[in-house]
Ligand binder design. Sequence first.
Ligand code: ZN
Length: 259
Amino acid sequence: MASIKDLLKDILRPSYRSLLAATHAGHECRCNLCGREFASMRPLRGLHADGTSYIIKDGVGSCWKCNSYPRNRALWHWLVNDFKIEEKVDFELLHIAPEQQLADKFLKMPGIRYTAVDKFCPGYKYAKYVKHADVTDLPFQESMFDMIICNHVLEHVKDDSKAMSELHRVLKPNGTAVLMVPIDMDAEHTDEEKPDEELTGDERERRFGQYDHVRMYGRDYFERLENAGFHVEHIGFSADLVKQLALEPKDEVIVAMKK
Ligand SMILES: [Zn+2]
């Protein structure tokens, strides 16, 4: 049962977002998910273990209107312009921990059969179209999906090799998985909790950048995906596009194909 506070938030949020979008309107950058233009994006915020937030970065950030992140806009650009997702027919798409702005687009595409799952946690609300599933034990037959989108999930999962093997199992041969994670490209090796270790939120934040991350991937992330049977490609963006869509300059779409 939703509380009155939650109901009020749901009712007021669209008006608040419209007001924010109008206040920050301009022509310096554009959100390709909602189509609005801004003078600059909303500063990106991180969350501490105690629930308080802090500003990670000014300028390059989330959309004032639809809250898209730079990585969402980067992925949408690639999906539409390079992958041509809008032209697919009878296309089975699995979206894990779905980003709402992307889900809203997929749900409207007649050629896409859309399945969205998340690992349900107490205290969180999930959209009606989302079902519960654990990425290390997916409730699907093998070779079911043409595409899987699973972004910023694996850094939360203790047994990421099991998750990668499950993603590989349910993907069709020659299918495409989009598996973006935070990567420290200066580090050769991943820094992570040991299987029998349980670090505090503060320690995880210090080492991995967020209280509920169990690792910070290094450049060996790609090797891990290859070991799980994927062929990996990185898609970067031009300086012009980085500016237009307010992307993170180092952001890449990481695409893993089932060999
Ligand atoms: Zn937007």
